[in-house]
Design a protein around this ligand. Structure first.
Ligand SMILES: [Zn+2]
Ligand SMILES: [Zn+2]
Length: 353
């Protein structure tokens, strides 16, 4: 079958690999109907994780809508033909960490993540014609036909992450909020935040067409590449800092901006994917300003997939609007390049085998 493989920085493309087969009784074999590229995949693409990927072998992709073609003998919740999505992290549902809701830290699978190479369990990926999902009962979800393929894909990662960002930020009516990062997950975080009756919501992003979407929803937008972006943002909260900051980027600069924009006693919900080893965190500043800093980019999405599905079914959120381009799986190299460059007003890609 065709599957995308990591060959090196800026070189992810499809090749022919052996068809996947069920090996464990708790697994299911799924035919991929559609997949996508996540902002976190751009860390792979950029080469940030080059030392940990096995070039020419590690598969990519962790967002799925597909159809079950075979079930293992221990699978209870699913049947052949079911339309399903799965959490990006493979969790067993049985261990201590799964039981306390920390499904990304599953002790059985040792933090296995689809499509991220050997250190994350050497799993197969969704950028393929088919894949095996072990421990299916624990982190796979049935998706009704009323939800489009594009919208369903966001259940694997983006939408539950946006829900988690808002749970951590816990925005109260009237509170001023800064959102750093207006990619699809950032914009879904904005969708949910705006329902909490906040005061000023300021969204910072370097990409004009993404800022335009945030502005249309009602956010005050600022180009984060401007030298005075911080001062411009602070002007919207009387200079004292925002009550809540939601960070959806995952860079040293975005975390520093979060710390620069939060008021004393405020809460930062950082769900960006951070790959840097170090950051110059001024502990005395965090202490003296009583800042609460949540970092949950390695998000426990499984417990929030059902809530994500409910939000879509109730029409509270419509992830379809974030899909800008369709690509065939064999052209995934072009999709990666466009998503990375943000060219042609790229937002999110729907990729079909
Ligand atoms: Zn993701
Ligand atoms: Zn577990």
């Amino acid at each position: 079958m065709k599957a995308a493989i990591y060959y090196g920085a800026k070189d992810i493309h499809t090749t022919d690999i052996a068809d996947p087969g069920l090996e464990e009784p708790h697994g299911i074999l799924v035919k991929v109907n559609a997949t996508s590229i996540c902002g976190s995949d751009l860390h792979l693409y950029r080469g940030s994780m080059d030392p940990i990927m096995e070039k020419g072998r590690s598969q990519t992709g962790h967002e799925l809508i597909g159809e079950i073609v075979e079930t293992g003998s221990d699978v209870n919740k699913f049947n052949v033909g079911d339309r399903v999505s799965m959490a990006y992290s493979c969790s067993c549902g049985d261990c201590y960490m799964c039981n306390v809701g920390q499904t990304a830290h599953c002790e059985t699978t040792q933090k296995a993540v689809y499509g991220f190479g050997v250190p994350f369990g050497d799993m197969n990926g969704t950028h393929a014609e088919a894949l095996v999902l072990p421990h299916a009962d624990a982190h796979v979800i049935k998706v009704p036909k009323t939800i489009s393929d594009a919208a369903a894909l966001t259940l694997s990662c983006n939408l539950p992450s946006a829900i988690i960002a808002n749970k951590l930020a816990d925005i109260q009516p009237g509170e001023k909020v800064a959102l750093i990062g207006c990619g699809p997950t950032g914009l879904m975080s904005l969708d949910i935040a705006l329902k909490k009756s906040p005061g000023n919501v300021v969204a910072l992003d370097p990409v004009a067409h993404r800022r335009a979407v945030a502005a249309k929803k009602g956010a005050i937008v600022i180009d984060s590449t401007l030298d005075d972006a911080k001062e411009q943002a602070l002007a919207h909260c009387e200079g004292r800092g925002f009550d809540k900051v939601i960070e959806v980027v995952g860079s040293q600069e975005s975390l520093q901006m979060s710390l620069d924009l939060i008021r004393p006693g405020g809460t930062i919900a950082a769900i960006g994917v951070f790959c840097d080893q170090e950051f110059n965190l001024v502990l005395a500043d965090v202490f003296l300003r009583d800042i609460t800093l949540h970092m949950n980019g390695f998000a426990n999405v499984q417990p929030y997939m059902e809530e994500g599905l409910n939000l879509m079914e109730q029409g509270e959120i419509n992830p379809d609007e974030y899909f800008s381009h369709d690509f065939a799986l064999v052209d995934i190299d072009k999709a990666f390049k466009m998503f990375y460059d943000k060219s042609d007003n790229a937002m999110k890609m729907l990729i079909r085998p």
